[in-house]
Design a protein around this ligand. Structure first.
Ligand code: ASP
Length: 585
């Protein structure tokens, strides 16, 4: 037996027992007469001690220990003379009677503790050492607990977990595919799934009724803090359901996770249409933990001789409490910030309501005192408040105000990490105009059903067609999304046409789905949650990297195993990616 107890287990009640522990040496403190060793495993840290009563041989072994040695230690549990209230095992120590080095360690490149001295790059290169740090381990324990809790909840609701293949034909979710060359089929490639979308729909055609899978998905897109080229979804599909059934089921799952894992009751999730979310929060993933809602003032400021406002299709603003004191410099910085291409606002105007009620504004020349007062009233502004205004195109300007709202929310501390405010955003537009390819593309994916009442608009006014699509949003983060699906092959064919596919292209890419629909497809709908994001939200982390055991960096590289990497000429030839000139001669 390697150990009788773990390093997190022993308490005063164990005093007098002879125990054997195994773990990693966190540190050795030699105080002359006494030497202390902090021994660490997944469960905690226990202090071992050797003093003048300890056998010489053991004292010598202790002297030879270094950081991260793996040892097996036997001894007697005793009360500490100076207790450490910060450690669960802080009341006791183990007086060594035996010590065996199981494995020596080179000096690790950084200290293995929560406040490590290792930088990001180094920790990623030696991820297996980083993963020894308790706070990193905690994230993976949380992840495992959430996966377990999800499985048991969905199984209880009659969902069956089905594995779908990883080497498939392309399933589009709006990103590029990662592809795998086929050795046995020269010049042909598998695609890695951007999601199991088509496969789970086929499982509904097959009659499985309720499917789920905690599944890896792959998307070749530019990376950001909350993106990884491979990530995990809780992927689900249900038959004979309407939108409400899906929302209720997955609201149930989310509330269950909050309750089980965090001990939080969230209450019913509000439901808000996409149009309302955009109008009130300037975002399709609104953070509703705080107000600072957008106010449209297009009519109040148009036709006053201020070119920028006269030309604008939409003018709106936000009222930021207590920021009237913002200096000229601060306003200039914010103006530059909203003008960056990522946000793309034309400008930023302001109205400052001084604490004495005096109004200062970049609109002063164009609005009279009454108009200015009316403007302030529209925003519900009080003395000390700052109104920020952006004019422009409607959706783009709402988006810009939305980003500004989040920035000001951060500055004013209105986004506390551990307050959770989930909501459903529903009634998304079905299509969005793609400037680059000059055609409509599906906002969710091509299998999403239009709202039945909007179907007549599909040909005449595609942009105004709403979808039976929904997102779960928590604290300004899109946690998941899904839709009611098209299950009628004629409507699916019409949809492909609107998306600019010729019947031949649609047949080549999605023929097997269309075919399946000919053999009795049930009405079905589904959803997928971004599991990494959900875990990082629960953990209060900004990046999903910290909840993934072996993540990739911002360039999509795994710096630990140095991939992607070149492969041999031999492999390239086998895969028909390099033509063997000698052979083809
Ligand atoms: N396949 C979709 C996605 O990955 C989710 C869904 O529609 O169920 O976003």
């Amino acid at each position: 037996m390697y150990r009788t107890n773990t390093c997190g287990e022993l308490r005063s009640s164990h005093c007098g027992e002879i125990v054997t522990l195994a773990g990693w040496v966190q540190r050795v403190r030699d105080l002359g007469a006494m030497t202390f060793v902090d021994l660490r495993d997944r469960y905690g840290i226990t202090q071992l001690v050797a003093d003048e009563n300890t056998a010489e041989e053991i004292r010598n072994s202790v002297a030879g220990l270094g950081r991260e040695f793996v040892i097996q230690a036997t001894g007697v549990v005793r009360e500490r003379s100076s207790k450490n209230p910060n450690l669960p095992t802080g009341d006791i120590e183990v007086e060594l009677t035996g010590l065996k080095v199981l494995s020596a360690s080179s000096v690790p490149p950084f200290t293995i503790q929560n406040d490590t001295d290792g930088g990001d790059d180094l920790r990623m290169k030696f991820r297996y050492l980083d993963l020894r740090r308790p706070m990193v381990q905690q994230n993976l324990f949380l992840r495992a607990k959430m996966a377990h809790s999800t499985r048991s909840y969905l199984a209880d609701q009659g969902f069956i977990e089905v594995e779908t293949p990883v080497m498939i034909k392309s399933t589009p979710e709006g990103a590029r595919d990662f592809v795998v060359p086929s050795r046995m089929n020269p010049g042909q490639f598998y695609a890695l799934p951007q999601s199991p979308q088509i496969l789970k729909q086929l499982l509904m055609v097959a009659g499985f009724d309720r499917y789920f899978q905690i599944v890896k998905c792959f998307r070749d897109e530019d990376l950001r803090a909350d993106r990884q080229p491979e990530f995990t979804q809780i992927d689900c599909e249900m038959s004979f359901v309407e939108q409400n059934d899906v929302l209720n089921t997955f609201e149930g799952l989310t509330r269950h996770l909050f309750r089980e894992v965090k001990g939080i009751e969230t209450g019913d999730f509000p439901r808000m249409s996409w149009a309302e979310a955009m109008a009130r929060y300037g975002s399709d993933k609104p953070d509703i933990r705080y107000g600072m809602e957008l106010v449209e003032i297009t009519g109040m400021v148009k036709g006053k001789g201020f070119g920028m406002l006269d030309d604008a299709l939409y003018t709106g603003g936000i009222c930021v409490k207590g920021c009237a004191e913002y200096s000229r410099k601060q306003m200039d910085e914010l103006t530059e910030w909203v003008k960056r291409p990522q946000i793309g606002a034309k400008g930023l105007l302001f109205v400052k309501i001084g604490v004495d009620g005096a109004i200062k504004s970049s609109l002063e020349k164009f609005l009279n005192a009454d108009e200015m007062k009316a403007l302030a009233t529209t925003f519900g502004a009080e003395p000390g408040d700052l109104i920020m205004i952006i004019p422009g195109e409607k959706t783009a300007t709402q988006n810009a105000l939305g980003v500004l709202r989040i920035e000001m929310g951060n500055r004013l501390g209105l986004r506390p990490k551990y307050t959770f405010k989930p909501l459903w955003v529903i009634d998304f537009p079905l299509l969005e105009w793609n400037e680059e390819s000059n055609r409509w593309s599906a906002m969710h994916h091509p299998f999403t059903s239009p709202k039945p009442e909007d179907i007549p608009l599909l040909d005449s006014d595609p942009g105004s067609v709403r979808a039976n699509a929904y997102d779960l949003v928590i604290n300004g983060v899109e946690i998941g999304g899904g839709s009611v699906r098209i299950f009628d092959s004629a409507l699916q064919a019409q949809m492909f046409k609107v998306l600019g596919f010729t019947p031949e292209q649609a047949e080549a890419q999605f023929g097997f789905l269309m075919n399946a629909f000919k053999y009795g497809a049930p009405p079905h709908a589904g959803i997928a949650f971004g599991f990494d994001r959900l875990v990082s939200l629960f953990a209060g982390l900004d990046s999903i990297r910290d909840v993934i055991a072996f993540p990739k960096n911002n360039s999509g590289r795994d710096v630990m195993n140095d991939s992607p990497s070149v492969i041999s000429e031999e492999q390239l030839k086998e895969l028909h990616l390099l033509i063997d000139l000698k052979q083809s001669e």
